[in-house]
Ligand binder design. Sequence first.
Ligand code: HEC
Length: 189
Amino acid sequence: MSKETNQLLGHADEADGIEEYDNPLPDWWVGLFWLTIIWGVGYGIHYHFIAHRSAEKALAAEVLAAEARWPAQAAASVEFVVTPEAIAAGETVYQANCVACHGAGLEGGIGPSFVDDEWIHGGDEASVIKTITDGVPEKGMLAWGPIIGPEQVNQVAAYVLSKNSENATKNRSSNRLIVSDGVKMKPKW
Ligand code: HEC
């Protein structure tokens, strides 16, 4: 089929004397256009169904890598909540990782007690989370942040703090931790 080219459309009167041709796009141009469509469909199928990639998975992997690299910042970005669920989860984390040094009843042993009035590194939420995350390597307390991750650090901190507020006697009233169902408490730093 031959294309009729260079036919004027006759718009000159409406457009200040500017004429317009009704020429088809060059074949190479239309070809590129089709190629991008075919490429797009092919790429979409490959991305989602053959390579099973997804932006969400890529993001999750990057976040994990970043948390491993910057544990303190990661702990700060995960919300610290003191709920009965967080405390219960924290107890499991404690039983699995901390009993050997801090005792089954948190009474201490190799590491200090959590049910007395003394804190070496501070007994407020932020300090406790920080000590657990960064550890005190020279004293034998590991940096748990990279090992158990920020969420479990927060949970075990909630458990330790709740036990402390149940048992410590000094400043009892001001020291009481508020356990809530929905209210979220963020570390202060
Ligand atoms: C290998 C023994 C060991 C294990 C296991 C261990 N800790 Fe410790 N932890 C210590 C020692 C020792 C100290 C005291 C550090 C110091 O003297 O500065 C300590 C200190 C702490 C402190 C600071 C206490 C204060 O008075 O300021 C917290 C909080 C703590 N550990 C939490 C944990 C948690 C939570 C776990 C489990 C995830 C854990 N530790 C596991 C040995 C351990």
